[in-house]
Design a protein around this ligand. Structure first.
Ligand code: N01
Length: 493
């Protein structure tokens, strides 16, 4: 991964920006490209880390790859005939994002290593004050928060964690100098990140112990590499890439979305996936431990071709006894202590903590923390009452598990840019409490009828018991929601 020369020139003391974009992942780069295209050129992207790509910059654990097909997991305006595989690996996705920033001329609008600590709306100037960790600040008419949801690593507070003598790492904070060869490794967590890392680690580690608290449904991934001939044909005839994209968009929606809303379809698919899982595991007792006991789709359905076979290896153990403590030598369960050299936390992300990564203070001194105290609502996932000229990409209830988030990002960014244009240079645009709550209440009543509300414990559900991550429709429904901007939706002052 190329290391960019870092620039800290963030415009202190200069004219206010038209737009401050926060984050240089898929969302932030998309916002930058679309702002530029629409003629709003006085913007800057502020990125906390030292590289581009967001999720795809941070998640460098062995085996990290996307579980959405490459030709759909990219911008519609920048198809890539050179994807090496049906499902692209992390490095390629990060390079693709960087390529887009360079090709569309927005790279020099991105300031790296700029961590924001506070955003405050200044009523006098009607501008947002963006404050940084080093004490500097800039002002901007609009803010686009493109920081994503799965960003802040979560590590459980096991008793004794600080006593561990070996290496410990979260999957999203991977140290590339770590060599698993010959090591005894504990992987805690058994979901999307873990099932990608375990087969890779097991190839050279002395032993891998995987700590599973809840089993997951794991369907076949059926990944494959594209031949040079296929890549050439994508280049010669770009409509072939569009065809893959269209098939993914429509196929996933029609095939997978019914699982979300139909218990009968779930039952059939559940049996198929469980049979597939059993067929991959040699020991029936081990297979029993892997069978989920909740409805298919309640937690994210995982896909893998190499995780289940890896569990058959003699140097991999699946541990299901609950972890009681971490000791200096390793991981302790109710049954035994496993001495290890390294503990890998594949334990996911702190979604609610991420929402308060920096303070946001809107009109009348109302902070986002107060506004979202009991419920995190956003109108069309993007706008929050009392935060005028402030937009979120992939905000609350923006997730559609059956599609590509990059597709959803494009829909949202187009809508956000249109709303900015509606406000123009002289007006503030916001949504009323009533509009936002009415919108959100409708979503919540639809979500009540989905599998996500069927009783399992997942990161989709917040500590208040509400589903504030997912959208209750499919990709087409989301696109329809974002397809028009009507002045009557907003408060313009
Ligand atoms: O995290 P997770 P992830 N004690 O929160 C376990 C995306 N993603 O990083 O199920 C013991 O899903 C927890 O157990 P349980 C994708 O959207 C995409 O894997 O809560 N275990 C679970 O097994 C995904 O959904 C790709 O009982 C504990 C695991 O840790 C999202 O990121 C690849 C525990 C956490 O699973 C997050 O995936 C990777 C505790 N106290 C990720 N606390 C693609 O391919 C948690 N766990 C695109």
């Amino acid at each position: 991964i190329e290391d960019y020369a870092l620039e800290h020139a963030i415009g202190v003391g200069q004219e206010p920006l038209d737009v401050a974009v926060i984050g240089a992942g898929f969302s932030g780069i998309c916002a930058a490209i679309k702002l530029q295209e629409s003629g709003i050129v006085n913007f800057r992207v502020f990125e906390k880390s030292d590289g581009l790509g967001g999720t795809w910059w941070h998640n460098r654990y062995p085996g990290a790859a996307c579980d959405i097909p490459s030709h759909f997991y990219c911008y519609s305006f920048e198809m890539n005939p050179d994807w090496s595989r049906f499902y692209a690996p992390q490095k390629e996705i990060q390079s693709y994002i960087q390529h887009c920033a360079e090709k569309y001329g927005v790279r020099d609008r991105i300031s790296l290593k700029c961590e924001i600590t506070e955003l405050q709306f200044d009523e006098t100037s009607s501008l947002w004050i963006v404050r940084f960790e080093d004490g500097s600040e800039v002002r901007a008419r609009f803010v686009v928060n493109a920081t994503g949801g799965l960003h802040k690593p979560f590590i459980p507070n096991f008793p004794g964690r600080e006593k561990f003598d070996g290496v410990e790492m979260h999957t999203a904070e991977w140290d590339e100098n770590f060599d698993p060869t010959g090591k005894r490794i504990a992987v805690i967590g058994s979901a999307a990140s873990a099932i990608q890392a375990v087969p890779q680690l097991a190839q050279t580690a002395e032993h891998v112990t995987l700590y599973q608290r809840t089993p997951n449904y794991i369907a076949a991934r059926e990944d494959f590499g594209y031949s040079d001939e296929e890549k050439h044909s994508f280049r010669r005839d770009p409509s072939k890439m569009q065809a893959v994209r269209k098939e993914q968009f429509e196929d996933k929606d029609t095939r997978l979305y019914p699982i979300v809303v139909s218990p009968a379809i779930r039952k059939i698919a559940e049996a198929e996936i469980k049979a597939h899982m059993r067929s991959q595991i040699n020991d029936p007792a081990l297979a029993d431990k892997l069978m989920p006991n909740y409805e298919l789709g309640c937690k994210r359905i995982l896909i893998s071709d190499d995780f289940l076979p890896a569990l058959n290896r003699s140097n991999v153990t699946l541990e299901t006894a609950p972890i009681t403590a971490i000791e200096s030598a390793g991981v302790k369960t109710e049954e035994a202590l496993a001495p290890v050299d390294a503990i890998i936390y594949a334990t996911g992300f702190d979604i609610e903590g991420q929402r308060s990564a920096f303070r946001v203070i809107g009109q009348n001194g109302r902070s986002l923390e107060d506004i979202w105290q009991s419920r995190a609502d956003a109108y069309k996932s993007s706008m929050v009452p009392d935060l005028p000229n402030y937009f979120l990409v992939t905000g609350p209830n923006s997730g559609v598990g059956t599609t590509s988030v990059v597709y959803l990002i494009e829909q949202s960014v187009d809508w956000i840019v249109d709303v900015m244009k509606l406000a123009g240079r002289d007006r503030l645009v916001s949504v009323s409490d009533e509009t936002c709550h009415k919108f959100s209440d409708t979503l919540q009543s639809q979500l009540d009828n989905t599998v996500w509300a069927s009783g399992c414990d997942s990161w989709y559900i917040g500590s208040n018991g509400r589903i504030e991550t997912l959208f209750p429709g499919n990709a087409r429904d989301f696109a329809n929601q974002m397809s028009h901007v009507d002045e009557a939706e907003f408060v313009l002052t």
